[in-house]
Design a protein around this ligand. Structure first.
Ligand SMILES: Cc1cc2nc3c(=O)[nH]c(=O)nc-3n(C[C@H](O)[C@H](O)[C@H](O)COP(=O)(O)O)c2cc1C
Length: 325
């Protein structure tokens, strides 16, 4: 969509501006009574290397305006990826934004916050009118670079940086030096074996087959499943709920006896529930160990992408039945 001239719609303009990904900063100063003042701002940018200068802009309606107009010093904190709560705190008007925060004092006695990615202490060199904002250009008097991964803002949402895969493709330890190292099936298989080995050992120790393990954990996660649905979900692993398997689950005291129909709900007995919890705990511990080099977002993304891979392969008709949950 394009718009020109005086017909520019503020909402669409804002949304188009949001396509520019930025970092997030908190700019601080103090007012004439010595009270600390600050706000979240993503209008920060570099201006000049020599002399070192930066800029940011402040809405004329901002409650912080009198302090930034009166004080000739400010500090810009480039927030780290884990500082979103702080960004929210400083974007809220009328609260004591500094409550409970540990602070140092910088040039001009300006409050300095901890834990950020970089910090620039500035003397205000220029102030310019810029429509409904005032642009502050600061000459950098001192700075710190802590090198924590930055918080990102894009399209009105917080995000985190994900380095391009191409730049990383050949870094890290190779698990195998053959062509297979980049074959998804091989990587998934190898990862699955590492994740699954402790569960297999646990099942072997208790004399439980893999299909039994699948049914127990399925029923623990989704107690409302019918025999037919369990059969369909098992089919995704290449197994099925055969009459022999159903009988074994009942005879072992793990599943309540039913009428044997596809529509009958399969219900775990308390004993079956206990066993499923024990195996589930081993599986979760294995997941934690195998993914210890990933952070929460990376793990969430990995799971989401794997679900898409499974959906994609189901959609090609190579497998039958329903999608992953
Ligand atoms: C990610 C983000 C970026 C923001 N960037 C700016 C900005 O560059 N300039 C600005 O004036 N307000 C910006 N704001 C809004 C202010 O943080 C918000 O209006 C704040 O309540 C102002 O506080 P004050 O009225 O106490 O000064 C931003 C808010 C968020 C969440």
């Amino acid at each position: 969509m394009s718009q020109t001239g005086s017909g520019i719609d503020g909402k669409f303009f804002r949304s188009a501006l949001g396509s520019f990904a930025t970092g997030v900063t908190i700019v601080t100063t103090h007012d004439s009574e010595g009270g600390d003042v600050g706000l979240t701002a993503n209008s920060f940018n570099s201006v000049s290397l020599d002399p070192p200068m930066v800029l940011w802009s402040l809405a004329k309606t901002s409650g912080s305006m009198p302090a930034f107009m009166a004080n000739d010093h400010f500090a810009v904190h480039v927030l780290a990826a884990d500082q979103q709560p702080l960004s929210d705190q400083f974007a809220r008007r009328g609260t004591n934004k500094f409550a409970g925060l540990e602070m140092e004092r910088g040039v001009g006695n300006v409050p300095l916050l901890d834990g950020c990615s970089a910090r620039f202490q500035c003397r205000t060199a220029f102030r310019y009118e810029g429509g409904d904002h005032v642009i502050f250009v600061g000459e950098v008097q001192a700075f710190d670079h802590f090198d924590h991964p930055p918080l990102v803002f894009h399209g009105g949402k917080y995000a985190k940086m994900m380095p391009r895969a191409a730049a990383d493709a050949n870094s890290g330890e190779e698990v195998e030096s053959s062509f297979r190292k980049d074959f998804l099936g091989y990587l998934l298989g190898l990862a699955s074996i590492q994740l699954h080995n402790p569960v297999k050992a646990c099942c072997a120790q208790r004399g439980i087959s893999e299909p039994v393990y699948y049914v127990l954990t399925l029923l623990m996660a989704r107690p409302d499943l019918t025999a037919g649905q369990v059969n369909d979900l098992l089919a995704l692993t290449g197994e099925g709920l055969t009459p022999a398997l159903a009988q074994q689950l009942v005879d072992s005291g793990w599943v309540e006896p039913g009428d044997g129909s596809r529509e009958a709900r399969l219900k775990l007995t308390p004993q079956g529930c206990q066993l499923a919890i024990e195996i589930f705990a081993v599986a979760k511990a294995a997941e934690g160990a195998a993914t210890r080099l990933l952070d929460f977002e990376e793990l969430t993304l990995l799971k989401r992408l794997l679900k898409q891979v499974i959906r994609g392969s189901l959609a090609t008709g190579t497998e039958s039945a329903s999608s992953p949950q």
